[in-house]
Design a protein around this ligand. Sequence first.
Ligand code: ZN
Length: 459
Amino acid sequence: MTSSHCLLSLLLASSLGSHLVAQTAPEALTSTAERLRTEASRTNGAYADLAWLCDRIGHRLSGSPQLDQAIEWAQGRLKAAGLVNVHTEAAMVPHWVRGYEAAELLLPTHHRVNILGLGGSVGTPKGGLTADVVVVGSFDELEKLGPALKGKIVLFDVPYAGYGHTVVYRHDGAARAAKFGAVAALVRSVGPVSLDTPHTGAMDYDPGFPKIPTASVTLEASTQMRRMQERGERIQLRLEMGAQTLPDAPSANVVAEIRGTEKPEEVVLLSGHLDSWDVGQGAQDDGTGTVVAMEAARLIQSLGLKPRRTIRVVLWTNEENGLRGGKAYRDAHRAEFKNIIAALETDSGSEPIKSFQLELRKASPQAKADALASMKKLGEGLACFKVTFQLGHSGADVSPMVAEGVPGIGVEHAGTHYFDIHHTQADTFDKVVKEDLAFSSAALASFAYALAQSDVRFQ
Ligand SMILES: [Zn+2]
């Protein structure tokens, strides 16, 4: 969209009498989004920050020295941008380490199988374990086989039907297989396509059953073993994993602010998570959310805008395997929940923002509808970004406080290729488009500024 179109839509929004208009002169509003967009494209600060985070720090699993480095680095960047009250807020985080891992098919042919242990898995006995593989396509098939799975490696070969739908096999597969005496569980990677890329991710055990080692295999290997089983062939596999869980480690959320000029106690919270899995560079999950949240605040600051409400950046620790950052924040900030106007989270990749999804857990249907209407009204000033405003899901890290009534807003990016590389070695910087980050940073900055200038309340 051209800049004149952008100006026009802002003028229209102003004339419609939105919350924005009540507090800010229309002529200032008409230029603000455009100025933020121009500045974002001129400086490309989010892109430069992401390159540094990916290339010089790399992946950042909870408990790793790289996450500590990233926490230091982010504070430095936020201070350099002129934000105030830059500090960390402590949280103890799980400390899982992958160790050496390998798998090889022994029967009916002999070759190496590419795996990634799932976060939280136990290791195999030293030297590995060897067992026959049974392929199942669902929990129903697993239950039907029942006791026949004793001593076997269960492979869940479940085709991708959307992340939310299929991820349950990664998360619960080991616990469900252990119930029948399986010695290990493999899961087909949760992703739509593959270049022999296994996808890791979190899993959980059931305290009622033994902890068995569990890993993802690629779409290629998973479907190959299914074909072998369908031909009636015996499948035997050797699995070795050195994974272990160490004592919890100290970590922290990073916090920084632009203090509000009129209502500093009222907070618009922008966030992404600094931690990542221990593969690739954590570029899209969630390096992007981190740098876009930082850049949105930096853009507002660098243009000398003075929001009426406080804009607070929070970079979470431990989203991937524990949510301890989000839980620690909830516990430490309960007293100000009524003044958190909205908690925004960006954690869906690097493609352009396409929607803002408002989540109100404790509101009545009518209150939700009213809140959505006021968010849409506020968003009329963002028409040039072509984003939509909906009721939906906010984000994992803000979910502990959203569960207690804080309005959450999920910043949803177009996810065309996000799950192709999610939690893999391929989640690297080269796949991120510079213009997309500038667009998203400006859109987030514009919406945050609109919220901070308004008197809107969603709860
Ligand atoms: Zn994430």
